[in-house]
Design a protein around this ligand. Structure first.
Ligand SMILES: O=C(CO)[C@@H](O)[C@H](O)COP(=O)(O)O
Length: 240
């Protein structure tokens, strides 16, 4: 017997399925190794989100071992998965959800090229149109913060709130991304690693050519508002 109304329980069940499935995208795009990284998704209209259990192999992740948490990062007792510890980044995800109402999904990875930029404390400059499309400019660096309390979440929000980029490189640590939902945040993580790699390789050949700001603005506007199929978000693919 659920402690939630039928409609809320249905919403929770869908986010559980989505978040469990989306962890497979992190391995498919080689953004994580072993049990590193994590995905979470907010339950629309509720002060709740779902996140992966800490340290569990990706092959073993499933909807019923995802963990339902309050926006304070507390595990909701008596729900599927609640017998396990939530991701070690739960506090960071929870802080983002509490302070960025429009965020429906959060992702964390240590993807190689983007994390190398984070280790240098260098933002990824915007010299390719694909980056203008997806991020509307550079991907910023957030402060060095130790895992375990609100400091990572505080750094993510301080860096991304009001920023076009949906990705932040947390110094010396790795990538955190946000999105309107978990799939959008995963897409930001995939595209962040792609542009980190391309820009790194380009820099090996010499200085990069700037894109005028008005062209970056035009590219971002087109991709966010025109690209793809009518009625679907940028790069949403099939609406199924
Ligand atoms: O960054 C770290 C550890 O430094 C963590 O984010 C791991 O990458 C994933 O931890 P769990 O989600 O499995 O607890």
């Amino acid at each position: 017997m659920s402690q939630f109304s039928a409609s809320v329980q249905e919403a929770i069940d869908k986010i559980r399925e989505d978040v469990a499935r989306l962890h497979g995208e992190l391995t498919r795009y080689e953004l994580v190794v072993w049990t590193g990284g994590n995905v979470s998704g907010r339950i629309p209209g509720e002060d709740l989100f779902v996140i992966k259990p800490s340290g569990v192999a990706y092959d073993d992740l499933a909807a019923d071992n995802m963990i339902l948490c309050t926006l304070d990062g507390e595990v909701v007792p008596g729900t599927p998965g609640s017998d396990r510890s939530p991701s070690s980044d739960t506090a960071a995800h929870a802080y983002v959800y509490r302070n960025m109402d429009n965020v429906g999904g959060v992702v964390h990875t240590h993807s190689t090229y983007a994390t190398a930029w984070a280790a240098r404390g260098q933002e990824i400059p915007c010299h390719i149109t694909g980056m203008a499309d997806e991020f509307g400019g550079p991907i910023p660096v957030g402060p060095f913060a130790i895992i375990g309390d609100d400091s990572i979440g505080r750094g993510i929000v301080a860096t991304l709130d009001g920023h076009r980029s949906r990705a932040v490189l947390m110094q010396n640590h790795g990538v955190f991304t946000i999105g309107k939902d978990a799939k959008d945040a995963v897409k930001a993580a995939v595209m962040c690693e792609d542009v980190a790699r391309t820009t790194h390789i380009a820099l090996q050949g010499g200085p990069l050519i700037d894109i005028p700001q008005d062209k970056i603005d035009a590219l971002f506007d087109r991709y966010q508002n025109v690209y793809g199929q009518p009625g679907t978000a940028a790069g949403e693919g099939d609406s199924k």
